[in-house]
Ligand binder design. Structure first.
Ligand code: BTN
Length: 331
């Protein structure tokens, strides 16, 4: 069966349950507030239960949440998006989808204006950089794609990616108090382990970026990582020693993206580059193994240029400007 976005009435049902969390809400009341039949309310309550939302049913009296759900339902996000904020003004939510980036890349500008957010509680084909997969466990992380329609040339794409990494870092700090590092170009690390990654994809002409999709994955409440990722990846919960509200982390992410995007458009790339350098231990003097599409070598980082490229001095003395690729620290 193809994946379908969450019906806005199901989204409304979640909202009604959350807003009335302290009382038992009668089925007919839910049905009339949501605009569906009582039978549909029953079916949807079952579906939410299957998805992990704990709802008590009281014979003939109605339904009540047993615990506040950490569901990224648009109706729970929307009241916190200020009217002037563009990022997150339109939200398309899936309980399960292949990849939010794939959805985002298919949408036309009419259906998905600048700032549209695609969210999933689970991805079955989450994609990472360099053809890797992105582990997208149900209800544990934030799996999001943000559509930007920037008035910029394709040459500005790398700086958008740096901007996004910086925004994630600041959002994690604002919502959890955890102080993360940023590894060029845009991995967010806690205690040396990756907790967030960004996959930037775009549609462009020679001189104009049509659409940039910032695919942002944040491992929030994963209690364990798959064996193959142990040691290199982690979650906010594993590093912070507690669960966090995915909703609060997401709201902070939307705010920070909005702010940093405005900074970039109004002030140019230098302000993003400066902030990025101040926040990343990878900017200067870090001994690295560098991997590009065509080569692999050891080098030491020596700052970013204004396009967001990383300057490195190879161990053999040669200087390089990295525009794409990846780096790992050599201890
Ligand atoms: C990386 O390799 O570091 C990038 C990971 C990006 C993962 C996110 S999760 C939401 C969006 N949809 C995807 O399929 N990938 C990105």
């Amino acid at each position: 069966m193809p994946f379908a976005p969450t019906d806005h009435r199901l989204d409304r049902l979640i909202y009604v349950l959350v807003k009335n969390a302290t009382v038992v809400v009668p089925g007919p009341k839910i049905a009339s507030e949501v605009g569906v039949s009582r039978a549909t309310v029953w079916t949807w309550i079952e579906r939410l239960r299957e998805a992990g939302v704990r709802i008590r049913g009281h014979a003939r009296r109605g339904y009540q949440l047993a615990a506040l759900p950490d569901v990224l339902a648009p109706s729970l996000i929307r009241p916190h998006v200020p009217p002037q904020q563009q990022i997150g003004r339109k939200i398309i939510h899936y309980f399960c989808v292949g990849s939010t980036n794939d959805v985002a890349l298919e949408l036309s500008p009419r259906d998905a204006p600048h700032g549209t957010l695609i969210l999933a509680e689970e991805q079955t084909a989450g994609r990472g950089r360099m053809g890797r997969t992105w582990h997208s466990e149900r209800f544990s992380g934030i799996y999001s794609s943000i559509i930007l329609r920037p008035p910029l040339s394709p040459a500005a794409a790398p700086i958008l990616t740096l901007m996004a990494g910086l925004a994630v870092r600041e959002a994690v700090w604002a919502s959890t108090g955890l102080s993360a590092d940023i590894r060029w170009p845009n991995d967010v690390l806690l205690n040396g382990r990756k907790v967030s990654g960004i996959l930037t994809e775009m549609r462009a002409e020679m001189d104009r970026l049509h659409t940039v999709v910032l695919g942002i994955g944040i491992n929030v409440n994963h209690v364990r990582m798959p064996a193959e990722l142990k040691g290199i990846a982690s979650s906010l919960a594993l590093e912070g020693g507690q669960r966090y509200s995915r909703l609060q982390v997401l709201l902070a992410l939307l705010r920070e993206l909005e702010q940093h995007y405005r900074l970039l458009i109004e002030g140019g790339s230098s302000v993003i580059v400066e902030r990025w350098m101040a926040r990343s231990s990878y900017a200067q003097g870090k001994h690295l193994r560098v991997r590009t599409a065509t080569s692999e070598y050891m080098a030491t980082s020596a700052g970013l240029d204004l396009s967001g490229a990383l300057r490195v001095r190879r161990d053999d003395g040669q200087e390089e400007l990295l525009v794409a690729g990846e780096v790992v620290e050599i201890k």
